[in-house]
Design a protein around this ligand. Structure first.
Ligand code: NAP
Length: 285
């Protein structure tokens, strides 16, 4: 299946590299042409001048852009090039309703759609070991499997279009709690004057160990907050989760606290840093 990738950010560029290694990648498009040109120079894969011409060359179009409005924009731009029987797989994190609306629009032209948000961080995207939460028709998922297997290790079908995004909201609520716990505990550790590498090593191997501590623990203790996963994007995800929670009459007090902390950091100019920049608020100044 000839696959095109739209969005060469921290996640999309690495997914595209793995699709290329699997022999599936036909071309890429990125809003900033600089990134697309660098990708083309690196891989020999064509950087298309617009979404529609990439769509024309693709059987499967994989999108990975920042927000709902960005996704709507790239799908609208690609639509004139999509042929009947083509398949759009979106790996961005957006509202379930956005996924459902796009699926309905595309279906009018006999184009299939899956929401397939991912978890596993930039490291998982590089290694091709992402966990992929899929919403959509199971027969359509079977067609997409070779591409999804090139970028992920665990591909799980959760239900109709939108179910992948609802599952991703659960993931993001959990990630928020883990961030709050790890940054608070490491601020305590720093004040307690413990050896940083030894602390991260021993706790990572025990019952409190987790991906975030393992991959971001030392860097945050050393004051490095390179993304990774941009704080402003997690803020966007928590707003999605909070809106869902309100509609279901569920309370998310921890998510609310994190939204307020992230707001404070974004106002201070740290929105493009990794989510571990929450440590800025927790550490002793
Ligand atoms: P990123 O590094 O900031 O990249 C964002 C990508 O979206 C870039 O290619 C950007 O193009 C493109 N984009 C944004 N707005 C656009 C628009 N209006 N039109 C066209 N392209 C647009 O973000 P990322 O970390 O790869 O995240 C991408 C998605 O995956 C987000 O929804 C995020 O929540 C989700 N996600 C991220 C992670 C993670 O650990 N990073 C993990 C799981 C899921 P430019 O290069 O031109 O800016």
């Amino acid at each position: 299946m000839k696959t095109g990738v739209i969005g060469l950010g921290a996640m999309g560029a690495n997914m595209a590299r793995n699709l290329h290694r699997a022999g599936l990648l036909v071309g890429v498009w990125n809003r900033s042409t600089r990134k697309a040109d660098a990708f083309a120079n690196e891989t020999g894969i064509k950087a298309y001048p617009d979404c529609a011409s990439l769509a024309r060359a693709s059987d499967l179009l994989l999108t990975c852009v920042s927000r709902d409005a960005d996704l709507r924009e790239v799908v609208a731009a690609a639509s004139p090039g999509l042929h009947a029987g083509a398949l759009v797989v979106d790996c961005s994190t957006v509202r379930a309703e956005t996924a459902q609306r796009i699926a309905t629009q595309l279906a009018q032209d006999e184009i299939d759609f899956l929401d397939a948000p991912v978890s596993g961080g930039k490291e998982g995207a590089i290694a091709g070991t992402l966990s992929i939460m899929v919403g959509g028709d199971s027969e359509v998922l079977n067609r997409a499997r070779p591409a999804l297997e090139a970028i992920g290790q665990r591909i799980v079908h959760l239900g109709p279009v939108g179910a992948g995004q609802r599952c991703k909201a659960v993931n993001q609520i959990m990630a928020a709690g883990i961030n709050a716990a790890v940054t608070e505990a490491l601020a305590f550790a720093q004040a307690a004057d413990l050896p940083e590498a030894a602390l991260v090593e021993v706790i990572s191997a025990g019952a409190a160990g987790n991906w975030f501590l393992q991959h971001r623990g030392l860097s945050m203790l050393q004051g490095h907050f390179e993304p990774g996963f941009k704080l402003e994007l997690h803020h966007k995800d928590l707003e999605i989760a909070q809106a869902m929670a309100k509609s279901m009459d569920v309370a998310l007090p921890l998510t609310q606290m994190m939204l307020e902390d992230y707001d404070q950091l974004m106002q201070a100019g740290y929105g493009s840093e990794d989510i571990s920049a929450l440590f800025r608020l927790k550490r002793r100044t």
